[in-house]
Design a protein around this ligand. Structure first.
Ligand code: AP5
Length: 226
């Protein structure tokens, strides 16, 4: 396939980060997760982090102009010249339009917007049990994907914590924000013919298989067109 420029869409806790991390390893593409980028900025106390923190803690989105600049800079970089995986961006119609404009300017296509679908009830169950590694953000779940040693990251041995925005009242607000601001992107990408639905309710390995199967189909379709 010429180049893979992928967007992972879906509600909070649908498994975008879980799938994004494993796809990044398989496809050897840069993976840009805006939530991770913003949390790192908060931790480092940069200007971006200071601007983002209060929005994130409340379950709101950070302003479009703040996050658009962060992603466009990465897409224009050498590292992303053979493709990229975006997780958590775009999240509003203006962000999607800014990305469309940038890709048109670079004369590059978006290969697919992959919607990982799960219900609100499942989101609440997943985020309530999520544990995140303090150092690098590796993700576990107390029930569905437990670490080998309780409270310790399998990958780098650092402490596992509960994210500030995984408190029940913030989870509810994040879901509301998703339905009002991000869900309209499903239509946006459906109209462009690049939306791919994946049922996110199965195990992480099964969801991963579906995503890989879908990418293989896209590859075959492209080969048949050439
Ligand atoms: P962000 O970090 O992107 O949060 P999110 O979209 O709400 O997504 P999550 O990270 O909560 O979930 P996920 O889908 O990655 O699921 P995960 O794989 O961890 O953003 C945080 C905040 O930053 C936003 O609220 C906003 O303020 C700001 N922000 C970010 N981007 C922005 C933007 N573009 N514009 C404006 N503001 C922005 O999985 C969840 C849990 O379930 C884990 O415990 C996992 O182990 C488990 N799990 C995963 N898959 C499965 C499965 N198949 N079965 C069972 N359990 C599973």
């Amino acid at each position: 396939m010429s180049e893979l420029n992928l967007i992972l869409l879906g509600p909070p806790g649908s498994g975008k980060g879980t799938q994004g991390e494993s796809l990044q390893e398989d496809l050897r593409l840069p993976y840009y997760a805006t939530g991770d980028i913003l949390r790192a900025a908060v931790k480092e106390g940069t200007e971006l982090g200071r601007k983002a923190k209060e929005y994130m803690d409340a379950g709101d989105l950070v302003p479009d102009e703040v996050i658009i600049a962060v992603i466009i800079e990465r897409i224009e970089g050498e590292e992303a010249s053979d493709g990229f995986i975006l997780d958590g961006f775009p999240r509003t119609v203006p962000q999607a339009e800014a990305l469309d404009e940038e890709m048109a300017k670079l004369d590059r296509p978006i290969t697919a917007a992959i919607l990982i679908d799960v219900s609100d009830e499942e989101v609440v169950r997943r985020l309530g049990g999520r544990r995140t590694c303090e150092a690098e953000g590796h993700v576990f779940h107390v029930e569905f994907n437990p670490p080998e040693k309780e409270g310790v990251c399998d990958v780098d041995g650092s402490k596992l914590i509960v994210r500030d925005d995984d408190k029940p009242e913030v989870i509810r607000k994040r879901l509301e924000t998703y339905h009002s601001k991000t869900e309209p992107l499903v239509d946006h990408y459906e109209r462009r013919g690049i939306l791919q639905h994946v049922d996110g309710t199965e195990s992480p390995a099964e969801v991963g298989e579906r995503v890989r199967g879908m990418l293989a189909t896209l590859r075959r379709e492209e080969e048949m067109e050439i």
